[in-house]
Write a protein that binds this ligand. Structure first.
Ligand SMILES: [Zn+2]
Length: 542
């Protein structure tokens, strides 16, 4: 009996020591698209699966995607590069290059626009725009035997986390299931999973039961044109891919592929450490389609928790020594119509007058420069670009009129010019206390950024009409879109929680330290987070 107690004590002290000193065999980096710090904390008391496990590790409940352009592509580019969008070059999902020959001047962040006949909506997927290496890329340089796998619901998530040298990069390309770069042969595993995908899609879904914590959320919110959101349970007809994509079913399929890849490629069973990045995109589709506070998001988080639990259980069963990080590419903001029901009467939608089309008409009339597309942009917020064909005098006039109009508009918080942002040093210090200009600087690229950056006031949703597509979104410089959880877990890691702000760019150097991979500080924006509670450190000596 005594011996048994002594052995148990020995084990209790031995496990944390192992977690601190030996590299894990597999790094599992998970991004839950649009999993805001607010969603994380709202449902935290109900977690019972994978999310519960992660809250028992090292918890940073207020991580920051610290930059202003809180979109999917920039956000994913920060997670495994240690670099802000100003360094990764991924400043938006879509930016504009008015000098390219093709008619469509928009550049999708994960396309190769040099492919003839392509455009930003019908493109050839490519990692060429990512300017810095990912953790997997660095691991492969240090040891070419390293296996690097990236799977996601969205191409930009898989590509920005895996990087150009990943062994396998797969994302959901449509009803056909998982696809990869052009010309990549489909391995038997992916073919098998795509069969299961097709089978699942051809079956209707009767919808999910409403968990107890979702009951109070079950009321309809009218959005106009006789439409409402807030009471859905993901019932869908057979073959309805769009409904499948905006439901927990999507993440379940992505995790099936992730688990299958780990097993079939023997990840975590080799001499070296391998890495898999997993982009779970459904929470974002659900948030955009139904908002973040209805039964839909509530069910989605509940299912996500369970699916992650089953995924981790499978890795445990296979005896893999893995370290997990889970975070998000950006936060989120519920639709104004429900916010107004929930004590936020000031919530509104952006004025149509702020769209690039309306600005072009107004400024054209003011300057007499009509018949030209004067101002280019991706909606009523973000980067705006002036037509390249203007003379210096015309351009100065257009810029002056645009700035006057924007700065006088009641919904506009700031309209910064390119030189104004470029003049700001790369920010440092707590991300929770940066100025808007500092946030703008963190997602600024001299070649790709617009001539003007338009930032709306808080609590204004940059979707003018919710009846024509998405009802809610993110993308603002406000903390509801910047704050994301950052959770680290490994067997034996002692729990602690740090409520102060850290950045998603801190994730890469933190993971690199776990596997003793040196990363030059001058190459990144992040810092190593010490995952050891109390004395000792998981970071390299300073
Ligand atoms: Zn996203």
């Amino acid at each position: 009996m005594l011996r048994k107690v002594a052995a148990a004590l020995l084990l209790a002290t031995a496990i944390p020591a192992t977690a601190q000193t030996t590299p894990p065999k597999l790094i599992v980096a998970i991004s839950v698209d649009q999993f805001s710090a607010d969603l994380f904390s709202e449902y935290r008391q109900y977690y019972s699966g994978g999310l519960k496990r992660l809250t028992q590790g090292v918890v940073f409940p207020k991580g920051y995607q610290s930059h202003a352009a809180t979109e999917t592509c920039p956000g994913h580019s920060t997670i495994l590069t240690g670099s802000r969008p100003s360094r990764t070059g991924i400043i938006a999902n879509t930016w504009f290059d008015l000098s390219i020959a093709r008619e469509d001047k928009a550049i999708y962040c994960a396309e190769d626009e040099s492919v003839s006949g392509s455009n930003s909506g019908d493109y050839v997927a490519s990692p060429i725009h990512l300017k810095v290496p990912t953790l997997g890329g660095r691991m492969k340089i240090a040891n070419p035997a390293t296996r690097v796998v990236s799977v996601a619901g969205k191409d930009r998530a898989a590509i920005m986390m895996g990087g150009p040298t990943a062994d396998q990069t797969w994302w959901i390309g449509g009803a056909q299931g998982f696809v990869s770069y052009k010309g990549v042969a489909t391995p038997p595993l992916v073919a098998k999973i795509n069969e299961a995908f097709a089978q699942r899609l051809t079956q209707p879904n009767a919808g999910f039961d409403l968990p107890q914590q979702c009951v109070a959320k079950d009321f309809p919110v009218a959005i106009g044109a006789g439409k409402s959101v807030g009471t859905g349970r993901f019932a869908r007809a057979a073959g309805d891919f769009k409904a499948f994509r905006a439901s927990p079913e999507q993440d379940a399929m992505t995790l099936v592929l992730a688990a299958g890849a780990i097993e079939s490629m023997g990840l975590g069973k080799q001499a070296q450490t391998d890495i898999i990045s997993i982009g779970l995109s459904a929470t974002d589709y659900v948030g955009h389609t139904y908002g973040t506070e209805g039964t839909e998001s509530c069910i989605q988080i509940d299912r996500l928790d369970r699916e992650l639990g089953a995924f981790f259980d499978r890795l445990d069963k296979d005896g893999i020594d893995y370290a997990v990080v889970l975070t998000a590419d950006h936060g989120g903001h519920d639709l104004p119509e429900r916010h107004r029901e929930n004590a936020m009467p000031m919530e509104s939608r952006a004025d149509e007058a702020l769209t690039p089309k309306a600005l072009t008409a107004t400024i054209g009339a003011k300057t007499g420069l009509t018949g030209k597309k004067l101002i280019w942009g991706d909606g009523p917020a973000g980067d705006l670009y002036f037509d390249k064909g203007l003379t210096a005098a015309q351009r100065a006039k257009v810029e002056a009129e645009t700035l006057t109009l924007l700065r006088a508009h009641p919904q506009v918080e700031a309209a910064y010019t390119k030189p104004q942002i470029a003049a700001v040093p790369s920010p440092s210090g707590p991300p929770e206390s940066w100025t808007l200009l500092q946030e703008a600087r963190a997602s600024f690229d001299a070649q790709r950024s617009g001539d003007i950056l338009l930032l709306l006031k808080p609590r204004i949703t940059p979707i003018v009409d919710p009846t024509k597509g998405y009802v809610a979104t993110h993308g603002s410089p406000w903390d509801y879109d910047r704050r994301v959880p950052i959770l680290f877990w490994r067997k034996g890691l002692t729990h602690f929680e740090q409520p102060l702000g850290v950045e998603t760019v801190d994730i890469m150097p933190t993971l690199a330290a776990l596997i003793a991979l040196p990363v030059a500080k001058s190459e990144i924006d992040g810092r190593c987070l010490d995952l050891v509670a109390g004395e000792g450190t998981s970071c390299p000596a300073q």
